[in-house]
Design a protein around this ligand. Sequence first.
Ligand SMILES: NC(=O)c1ccc[n+]([C@@H]2O[C@H](COP(=O)([O-])OP(=O)(O)OC[C@H]3O[C@@H](n4cnc5c(N)ncnc54)[C@H](OP(=O)(O)O)[C@@H]3O)[C@@H](O)[C@H]2O)c1
Length: 358
Amino acid sequence: MNVYSRSSQKRIRVAVLGATGLVGQRFVQLLDQHPWFQVVALTGSDRSVGSEYAQACHWLLPTPMPDWAKNLTVLPTQPEAVDVPMAFSALPSGIAREAEPLLAQAGTVVCSNASAFRNEPDVPLVLPEVNPQHTSLVAWQRQKRGWKGFIVTNANCTITGLTIVLKALSDAFGIQRAFAVSLQAISGAGYPGVASMDILGNVVPFISDEEEKMEWEPRKILGQVQDRGVEPSNLEISAHANRVPVSDGHMVCLSLGLSNAGSMQEVANALCGYLPPEISRQLPSTPPAVIQLMDEADRPQPRLDIMTGRGMTTVVGRLRPDPLLDYKMVILSHNTIRGAAGGSIYNAELVVQQGLVG
Ligand SMILES: NC(=O)c1ccc[n+]([C@@H]2O[C@H](COP(=O)([O-])OP(=O)(O)OC[C@H]3O[C@@H](n4cnc5c(N)ncnc54)[C@H](OP(=O)(O)O)[C@@H]3O)[C@@H](O)[C@H]2O)c1
């Protein structure tokens, strides 16, 4: 089914799980008037269940809460309450581990932001610009678990832009090793997140489990999908994760060593010219450019560049030679759009386009 015929059909009824949180509200914002999906259910914790969304949600986005969402009653995160073909999960990981399988078992396709199932061998970890073919794991997942629905996950917000860059350069030159240092926004920790006394005028050089995710998730995404799991890429990554006093936008300072030599112009061309696989090129959330390369000496900056391509484009700047490895650069990606809700919606569009829903 192509995009045109899908958009002329009735929209698919969807739920947002954990709709009151930072990522949950991004879903509500991005799904407003989505051509394929119509939000009919919003869930929260016991704190919010039974309240209207407008009362339960401390709305933090610069655009107004959509009118259709205001009067929806917040539901419990259970299949009996949420009877929809597709759900977007913005649940904390521990809650997702319990709730998402119940929904998948009941027949719902769950597009999850949570880390709970990313490392399961039968669960696809997908960036549509990079590895749409990994959704072939869905057949095995359904068979193995006896589910009518399934779970597909998107990547950790910090590694999203990083992995897109690694893919573009590994296609062109191969990559042997990468050294990555993150500068992560406070919105990455949810709401209320990091205490202002801890982060204002400060940098916190530790984010629980983040460096581990930065080191293994790109290897799964860049790996070879097989009938029973993914053979991870043998790329070596060393990561440092830091929380910085920025509201939105995760940066990664990346140095990498290529397998095959390329000039700086060739590296720049590989980044600018990177195209997503065919199936991901014309979905509603496809960014106008997957990667935008900036020439200015002091860009990208989160405040100035984070909304490039509606928050879906990976912005790269400061491309230069690296005296230890081959090249270094700075990557910027929107953590609650491309790295969370927008990425999950892009995954949902992909699995619909692949005929895996309904
Ligand atoms: N923030 C980011 O940049 C980002 C990026 C990528 C992935 N993620 C992941 O996305 C998920 C959500 O993150 P967030 O930043 O939006 O967190 P958050 O602001 O803390 O929101 C958490 C949401 O989960 C709900 N919730 C909490 N306990 C629950 C329970 N027992 N049952 C049902 N719902 C429950 C909350 O509902 P109430 O308000 O009703 O309590 C709220 O809607 C996490 O897994 C996170 O790791 C976040």
